[in-house]
Design a protein around this ligand. Structure first.
Ligand SMILES: Nc1ncnc2c1ncn2[C@@H]1O[C@H](COP(=O)(O)OP(=O)(O)OP(=O)(O)O)[C@@H](O)[C@H]1O
Ligand SMILES: [Mg+2]
Length: 227
């Protein structure tokens, strides 16, 4: 089943001498449950593509559909709900709120949505992330890898259809990095979520079902590695 459809997407930043074409006529379809790695050199447009899929940047032209909905045809309120419920964004520099503990950070998107916390899902996540013993710890009382796992927990709490990870292992040592990728893969398989990881790490890219290579804002290779 097709989950994401991108049609002739262009993104231009700046004007005049500062004008940069970050995405140049990108078209792409992504199936539900796929695990995709996006690779390419620095400045090629990988993060821009991820942000536009996730509803946090705006295309200059072209369309993005997620689950049949035209993402950028929605008003701001609907777009904010789309971001909270459908998309889990995971960054290298985990954006945790320093004054909130582990459980509060993880459940933040649910509370912002004024919905009830699914305790079972929360417990499941804490167990999967190895954070059960750290429920009331603040971010500065956690290791870097644990902080990264909290931000993954938050991205997964609403069971988003799409997980978007931008160099999720960039600031971690190799063991923690492997653990994070394993967790994302587990969640991808267990909950059938679509997983898109931007990475410079060949070992991560080779674990994906499909590798998309971007150069100068264009897709130059799109290869299925696994059926
Ligand atoms: N907010 C912005 N304003 C102006 N130019 C931008 C902005 N964001 C990105 N760019 C430019 O768009 C191009 C693509 O940037 P992007 O962040 O998508 O690259 P990337 O592939 O993620 O690179 P990296 O591997 O270094 O993270 C770059 O040339 C960058 O300078
Ligand atoms: Mg980037």
């Amino acid at each position: 089943m097709e989950l994401i459809k991108i049609e002739d997407l262009c993104k231009v930043y700046g004007e005049g001498g500062n004008r940069v074409t970050a995405l140049d006529h990108v078209s792409l379809t992504i199936e539900k449950g796929e695990f995709i790695a996006i690779i390419g050199s620095s400045g090629s447009g990988k993060s821009t593509l991820l942000h536009i899929i996730g509803g946090v940047d705006v295309p200059t032209s072209g369309k993005v559909y997620v689950d049949g909905n035209d993402v950028y045809a929605q008003n701001n309120e609907k777009l904010a709900i789309f971001r909270r419920r459908q998309v889990g964004l995971i960054y290298q520099f985990h954006n945790l709120i320093p004054t909130l503990n582990v459980v509060e950070n993880i459940t933040l998107p649910v509370l912002m949505d004024k919905r009830r916390v699914n305790k079972e899902r929360l417990n499941d996540l804490l167990e999967m992330l190895g954070l059960e013993g750290r429920r009331t710890h603040l971010p500065n009382q956690l290791s870097g890898g644990q902080q990264q796992r909290v931000s993954i927990g938050r991205a997964l709490m609403n069971a988003p259809a799409v997980m978007l990870a931008d160099e999720p292992t960039g600031s971690l040592d190799s063991r923690n990095g492997r653990e994070i990728v394993d967790l994302l893969k587990l969640s991808n398989k267990k909950y059938g979520q679509t997983l898109i990881i931007v990475t410079h790490d060949e070992n991560i890219a080779l674990q994906a079902d499909r590798i998309i290579s971007i150069s100068d804002g264009r897709i130059v290779r799109d290869e299925r590695v696994r059926p």
